[in-house]
Design a protein around this ligand. Structure first.
Ligand code: ADP
Length: 448
């Protein structure tokens, strides 16, 4: 087992990894920008190294500085968290070249699931059902219209290099397609430096269902059921739950085994998530994330496992501590993402937190790097905490979430907490009846 690992990230996910490492008797090294000298991950780690200025391109994305920090501190492995360098194949490769272990999949796994077209091709080859659409990239409008007429309108144009919910345009007819195709390409060029786009059938009322997978890199792989992440704003998840209210044990087994078998074939190592849209009993692959997801705690809650611990174990060559048969679902879990944002526009609201009080009690987990007196810097993501609850069933989890939200105090900045209070009062949320469009429609009704 490693003696010391470095966490190439910040915020709550850095704490999450430091905590797992500490329980395993592994020393942790935090890296930070100059803007994060006072951050909780720096305080909580055993050691810390400043790797650059506030801008993340010069700090948290600075591969050379991170590798130097490993060399200075003697860290044997790097956990990338999510975001930043977590799905960067050349970073994984660079670490390998320096004999430092990347706590994640191989550079090759990241590549084959990296850009969205390659990922779709890989998925198809592995027997995973995909959304009908173009074969690869679409270079001109004539081809685009041909594809759209073939699969039928509406269609969605997506950037090959897209991510984080950006670079997508919907078109309901040929006229809209012409505009959408042109703007999608120029926006993709500006945002991702790559103007390649592809076309998919636009599903009308799907749920976002994702399957957690885990492999040991030696051909053993399992699935840990699904998460329903359909409640999204601008294609970004805000509320996630497991198990999915619409998923029966038979559906779970079917899609779960397809994913686990695919991971066995590629000898996948570590945690991964295969994302699907689900409609009328069918699953359609949209992408795979070759890393730990923000919403992983809901899966941990219902299966009683520590996914970060498992990531570290398999990276050290120790194998997984469970088999498929060991993994039995217990109860229901919900996570809400608490952002420092001002409603109704969700504009970022960084600044000084006067008081922070985390909720507690049975079945409540608060993953946050906040503390009273901390100043949330304006340079990074607005996620300031994740509140995760676990109950024996969905109604108990909902009641617990309502109770825990009432205990949470973040004084000094605006947060998305009022959004969740309002959502919990909605019959559709109480009944689990929502799809990927529900939240946008509801927000439009509430705030216009
Ligand atoms: P990103 O990598 O930017 O998150 P995804 O491909 O995972 O992009 O898609 C994000 C979200 O966009 C999905 O959860 C869904 O809400 C919506 N979406 C993507 N593809 C489709 C589609 N074919 N039909 C309808 N909605 C889609």
């Amino acid at each position: 087992m490693f003696e010391k690992i470095l966490i190439a990230n910040r915020g709550e996910i850095a704490l999450r990894v430091i905590r797992a490492a500490r329980e395993m008797g592994i020393k942790s090294v935090a890296v930070h920008s100059t803007a994060d000298s006072d951050a909780m991950h720096v305080r909580m780690a055993d050691e810390s190294v400043c790797i650059g200025p506030a801008s993340s391109t010069e700090s948290y994305l600075n591969k050379a500085a991170i590798i130097s920090a490993c060399e200075i501190t003697g860290a044997q492995a790097v956990h990338p968290g999510y975001g930043f360098l977590s799905e960067n194949a050349s970073f994984a490769q660079a670490l390998e070249d320096h004999d430092i272990t990347f706590i994640g999949p191989s550079a090759e796994h990241i590549r084959i699931m990296g850009d969205k077209i390659t990922a779709k091709e890989t998925a198809k080859e592995l027997g995973i059902p995909v959304v009908p659409g173009s074969e690869g990239g679409v270079a001109d409008f004539e081809t685009a219209i041909g594809v759209a007429e073939g699969i039928g309108f509406p269609v969605i144009i997506k950037a090959t290099a897209g991510g984080g919910g950006r670079g997508m345009k919907v078109a309901k007819n040929a006229a809209e397609l012409e505009v959408a195709f042109r703007t999608a390409r120029s926006e993709a060029k500006a945002a991702f430096g790559n103007d390649e786009v592809y076309i998919e059938k636009y599903l009308q009322k799907p749920r976002h269902i994702e399957i957690q997978v885990f492999g040991d890199g030696k051909g053993n792989a399992v699935h840990l059921g699904e998460r329903d992440c359909s409640l999204q704003r601008r294609h970004q998840k805000v509320f996630e739950e497991a198990p999915g209210p619409a998923i029966t044990p038979a559906l779970r087994d079917r899609i779960g085994m397809i994913c686990a078998n695919a991971m066995k074939k590629i000898r996948y190592i570590g945690a991964g998530t295969v994302e699907f849209l689900y409609e009328d009993g069918e699953f359609y692959f949209i992408e795979m994330n070759t890393r730990l997801q923000v919403e992983h705690p809901v899966t941990e809650a219902i299966f009683g496992v520590d996914l970060v611990r498992e990531q570290i174990r398999v990276a050290a060559g120790l194998g997984m501590s469970f088999t498929q048969d060991d993994l039995q679902i217990n109860g229901h879990s919900i996570e809400v993402r608490i952002n420092a944002e001002r409603l109704p526009n969700f504009s970022p609201c960084p600044g000084r937190v006067r008081t922070f009080h985390a909720p507690g009690g049975l079945g409540v987990r608060m993953d946050s790097a906040l503390y009273g007196g901390y100043s949330i810097p304006p340079y990074y993501d607005s996620l300031i905490g994740k509140l995760i609850v676990h109950g024996r069933d969905r109604p108990e989890a909902l009641a617990r979430l309502r109770r825990a939200l009432g205990e949470l105090i973040v004084d000094g900045v605006d947060t998305t907490v009022p959004l969740f209070h309002a959502l919990l009062a909605e019959p559709d949320i109480q009944n689990g009846e929502y799809n990927i469009h529900w939240l946008e429609r509801w927000l439009a009704e509430q705030f216009g």
